[in-house]
Design a protein around this ligand. Structure first.
Ligand SMILES: [Zn+2]
Length: 71
């Protein structure tokens, strides 16, 4: 069982049989040549509460579409 922690608040997000108990935002970014982080891969996990907090500060909110099926 792999324990992931929210990078923002440190809360544990426990993974259970490949499914996270709590849904979260996972970002894996390979920074490219035109960034100052060329050849670096950054991983981050953000819990839903921190996500909501984070995007509430955006000038342009994330585009939201409704899905008919849950993944
Ligand atoms: Zn968090």
């Amino acid at each position: 069982m792999e324990i992931m922690k929210c990078n923002c608040c440190g809360k544990e997000l426990i993974e259970k049989q490949g499914n996270q108990r709590e849904d979260s935002l996972v970002i894996v970014k390979d920074w490219g040549y035109f960034s100052g982080k060329d050849m670096e891969r950054h991983h981050l996990v953000i819990c839903e509460a921190c996500y909501d907090n984070w995007v509430s500060g955006f000038k342009i909110p994330p585009k939201v579409e409704s899905r008919t099926e849950a993944l």
